[in-house]
Design a protein around this ligand. Structure first.
Ligand code: BTN
Length: 259
């Protein structure tokens, strides 16, 4: 994939600008980066504070897959970013389904899985991904992946999940250009592999990196239910058992608190 980068000092939201470009026919690989966003958006219409110092960018993809499999791309990007952060800076980043990046505290003994903690640790959110897409006859026409990673920025004083940043994890700032280079290279590599061989290698990496405990709370439109996590489906959905039934979750909110 060839990238075409557009860098702005300040934008309302990189996703909004890139969605406009996507509708106008911009090619796959178009990337919009903003040093700050004045109206950054998170999932579920939440606000995403985006002051200078963070990595706020959106990537346009046109994967030739059914819209029903869009979850695969969300997971692929989360897993690629976790790998870039682990290999680039040795931070033990995990993924929280569908596409949040979490860092455990205290850090495990190894960033490569050994000693990977599941219970008795606190997780802090390093970043998240907001996927927006348009379809044509059930196929994806364009998909905008909005990526927000706390790199050197100040963190919000109040947040639903305690936040952290790469600089805070390392104890020193990180050149933003280097972060963006590594992140985009990791995504391009994994996306090309996905197009040629499918989702299985991403699913396997997700299993190594997932921070979900065996039991989670699922927040649906009809309230919260306790569920047992069974795994990830071939289309990127979370497979859970609730009572007697097995369900595949696409967009529901899953919280870490076991019950
Ligand atoms: C989440 O965790 O809820 C997703 C956060 C996504 C934030 C990024 S920052 C770049 C892009 N532009 C936006 O307005 N949102 C995404």
């Amino acid at each position: 994939m060839t990238y075409q980068l557009f860098l702005f000092d300040s934008l309302s939201s990189t996703n909004d600008l890139l969605k406009g470009l996507a509708c106008g026919g911009a090619p796959e690989g178009t990337v919009v980066i903003a040093r700050e966003q004045t109206a950054g958006r998170g999932r579920f219409g939440r606000r995403w504070l985006s002051p200078k110092g963070g990595a706020w960018f959106s990537l346009l993809l046109r994967p030739p897959i059914p819209a029903e499999q869009a979850g695969c791309i969300a997971i692929l990007i989360a897993v690629s970013l976790a790998r870039a952060l682990r290999e680039g800076w040795g931070v033990p980043v995990g993924v929280k389904w569908p596409n949040d990046l979490y860092v455990p505290h205290p850090h495990p003994l190894s960033v490569n899985g050994e000693g990977w903690p599941q219970a008795g640790v606190r997780y802090q959110k390093l970043g998240g991904i907001l996927i927006e897409l348009s379809t044509n006859a059930a196929q994806i026409d364009w998909l905008v992946a909005g990526i927000g990673i706390n790199v050197n920025n100040e963190l919000p004083a109040e947040a639903r999940v305690p936040p952290t940043s790469l600089a805070r994890e390392l104890g020193h700032p990180v050149p933003l250009e280097e972060f963006l280079d590594r992140a985009l290279a990791a995504i391009a590599h994994d996306y090309e592999r996905f197009l040629s061989e499918g989702f299985e290698f991403v699913r396997q990496r997700w299993q190594e990196l997932s921070v979900l405990p065996p039991r989670v709370l699922v927040r649906t439109s009809s309230g919260e239910i306790a569920a047992e996590v069974l795994g990830l489906s071939q289309s990127g959905k979370l497979v859970v058992r609730t009572g007697e039934s097995v369900r595949e979750l696409a967009t529901e909110e899953v919280t870490l608190c076991p019950r």
